[in-house]
Design a protein around this ligand. Structure first.
Ligand code: SIN
Length: 459
């Protein structure tokens, strides 16, 4: 049996070794998921909801254990991991209730002898592929709506962080969700993508990850016309206008920029600050960023853990070096940022400009790069000048300015004076190459449902 070791990014030690799933086993699991689908979809919505609620309760009872697993395999600080478990569980709680609210409709017919009704049906077996940055939340927001809708699901967690998924699936079984209705496979992304997209049984692919991988999954899904939901990359802009509350803007920038060491798809990548307030904003931001305590996430009072691995560290260093070559000023010397292993100190870069990589490529790391602007309309155009359209943030206390920015930004998730917009009850997803479909909110169950209509004649 081929084995896979899961490493702790804080120590580079093995946390646990798990068995890889073979291709034959994966296909068997998909077949079993289909058999389970035939009975899971027949359960009434209240019964499915009750089992999801039990699962929610079990996760809550095991939150410390799950948070520790997240910290061990992902590196994020324990208190942040506990927050992630609550965030993940809020999706299960939301969709436990939404299971009972999958409504149909009646449509006035154009003939008195006819009646038309519409109804929603689960799409079938779902193949889910998720990233390492939120080991619990990214999988929960796929598993919960899929199961609520009456679908069954086979999950492929990132190889860096499979342990949280394994434990969550065990708890789902304990809660009474049938073993074959929710399963996991331990496979490389490439193998899982191939097996899921080639399977005639899998009806839907849901993926969170990079835009290039998303594009290849969409292409591969075309052969069997699979339903897909894609939550892909981002390059979030932050616009801090001259009338903003600076203290709030700085605190919320830190919330979006340094959560999970900057390794989120909605992390601020480009910070545009009006020239009249840049000096004060940069001073306040630098002070707070330098106060962030970096260390092993299991230690007390740590604000930022390590990056996921050495390649991630190298990519961030490359963005900083490139920024320096292009005239950027770092808040602390670059040779003092690498503090061993996968740990990197957070840094503020002033004097950023559009020639820098950080203004065009997703960094996925703890750099806050500030570029000044004078004209608001021009900077909104700059903010929109990217193939990405996931999250954007802006800070202003003027409602006219605020709605003007909101209307013009081509992004799916917008935070106005808010650096933490994500919520289970709101639709998360992007415009343009940041993907399609939404997760969360009333929208998040729709991708797992098909609409059928019935036309009754001769009444
Ligand atoms: C992500 O990074 O893809 C998700 C972030 C979130 O849900 O807030």
């Amino acid at each position: 049996m081929k084995q896979h070791s899961v490493y702790n990014p804080a120590t580079n030690e093995i946390v646990k070794t798990v068995d890889f799933t073979t291709e034959e086993e994966a296909n068997k699991k998909i077949e079993k998921a289909h058999e389970a689908f035939l009975s899971w979809r027949e359960l009434d919505a209240h019964d499915r909801s009750a089992r999801l609620l039990k699962w929610y309760q079990l996760i809550d009872e095991h939150k410390e254990e799950l948070a520790e697993l997240i910290t061990l395999e992902n590196g994020k600080p324990y208190k942040e991991a506990l927050g992630e478990v609550a965030y993940a569980n809020s999706y299960i709680q939301w969709y436990e209730a939404e299971a009972k609210r999958v409504y149909g409709s009646t449509i006035p017919a154009n003939n008195p002898n006819k009646k038309i009704i519409t109804d929603k049906f689960p799409v079938g077996v779902v193949g889910a592929i998720t990233p390492w940055n939120f080991p619990a939340a990214m999988i929960a927001r796929k598993m919960a709506p899929a199961l609520a809708a009456g679908c069954t699901i086979v999950c492929k967690p990132a190889l860096e962080t499979p342990l949280t998924t394994i434990r969550m699936v065990e708890l789902a079984h304990e809660a009474g969700i049938p073993e074959d209705a929710i399963q996991y496979v331990i496979l490389s992304g490439r193998d899982a993508g191939r097996i899921f997209t080639e399977s005639p049984i899998v009806q839907k692919i849901t993926f969170t990850g990079s835009t290039p991988v998303g594009k290849s999954l969409i292409k591969a899904s075309a052969d069997t016309v699979k339903n897909v939901t894609m939550e892909l990359g981002g390059l979030a802009p932050v616009i801090v206008h001259k009338d903003a509350d600076l203290e709030l803007a700085v605190n919320q920038t830190i919330a979006t920029k340094f959560r999970n060491s900057g390794q989120t798809c909605i992390s601020a990548n480009r910070i545009f600050v009006h020239q009249d307030i840049e000096e004060e904003y940069a001073r306040l931001l630098t002070e707070k960023v330098h106060a962030l305590k970096v260390g092993n996430g299991l230690e007390e009072d740590v604000d930022m853990g390590p990056l996921i691995n050495e390649q991630a560290v190298e990519k961030v260093i490359d963005h900083i070096e490139d920024a320096i070559e292009n005239g950027g000023e770092t808040s602390q010397p670059i040779d003092q940022l690498k503090i061993g292993g996968n740990f990197l100190k957070p840094v503020v870069i002033r004097n950023a400009n559009l020639d820098m990589k950080v203004m065009h490529e997703e960094t996925f790391g703890p750099i806050a790069a500030i570029m000044t602007y004078d004209d608001l309309d021009e900077i909104i155009e700059v903010a929109n000048d990217t193939e990405y359209g996931l999250a954007a943030y802006f800070f202003t206390n003027d409602y006219r300015t605020g709605f003007n920015i909101y209307n013009k930004l081509d992004y799916g998730v917008i935070g106005w004076n808010d650096g933490a917009p994500s919520a289970a009850h709101a639709p998360f997803g992007g415009f343009k190459e940041s993907g399609y479909g939404r997760e969360g909110g009333i929208e998040g169950i729709e991708p797992y449902l098909e609409t059928k209509y019935l036309s009754i004649g001769n009444i």
